[in-house]
Design a protein around this ligand. Sequence first.
Ligand code: PLP
Length: 175
Amino acid sequence: MPNGNIQGINKQGFMDSKLKAAADEFLVRYGGDVFDRLFSRASGARVYDEAGREILDFTSGQMCATIGHNHPEIVKALHQAGETALHMFSGMIPTVVAELGRTLARDWLPAPLQKSLFINTGSESNEAALRMAKMHTGGYEVIAIGGSWHGVTGASAAASFASDRKWYGPSLPGI
Ligand SMILES: Cc1ncc(COP(=O)(O)O)c(C=O)c1O
C-alpha cells in the first residue's frame, strides 16, 4: 500500500474517493477514453493505481518512456537539475544542455546529422519538424494520413486526422 505522501491517498493512508470525480470535472481531456481509476506511481514496466494495485504497463508509458518509468538515471538528473537550474531564459544555454548536444552529436546521431533541438512535447517536435521541412524544401504542402495523430498544437493538430477536426475554426492551409 502506498504511503500518505502519494497523490490520491490522504494522510491517513485512505484513498481519496472523490479525486477521480474531480479529475473528470476539472481536467480538460481530448482524444480517447481514460482509465476508470487514477494512478499514483510508476516504476520500470509497472504502474500502481490509487489503491496500490501493481499493474504491468503494456503501454510503455507515453511511447517515449521505453526505458521504463522513473529510470534511476533520469531521476538523478532531475534531482541535479532541481539543485542547479531548472529553466532559464532562451538566450542562456545551460552547460548540461551543451553537454547533451555534444554527446548526441558525437556518440548517437547518424552522420551527417549533428544538431539537436530540445523541446518538451511530441506536438512541439512535430511543429518543429514541419517548420524545418518547409524551410528546407521551400514548399508548404504536407501530406497527412487518415488516423494520424501528431498532437494538439496548430500545425501538429492540422496534420492529425485521428480525432475530431470540427469546431476549431480554419485549419493550417496546405495540409
Ligand atoms: C504519434 C504521436 N505523435 C505526437 C504525439 C503528441 O505528443 P504530446 O502529447 O507530447 O504533444 C503523440 C501523443 O500521444 C503521439 O502518439
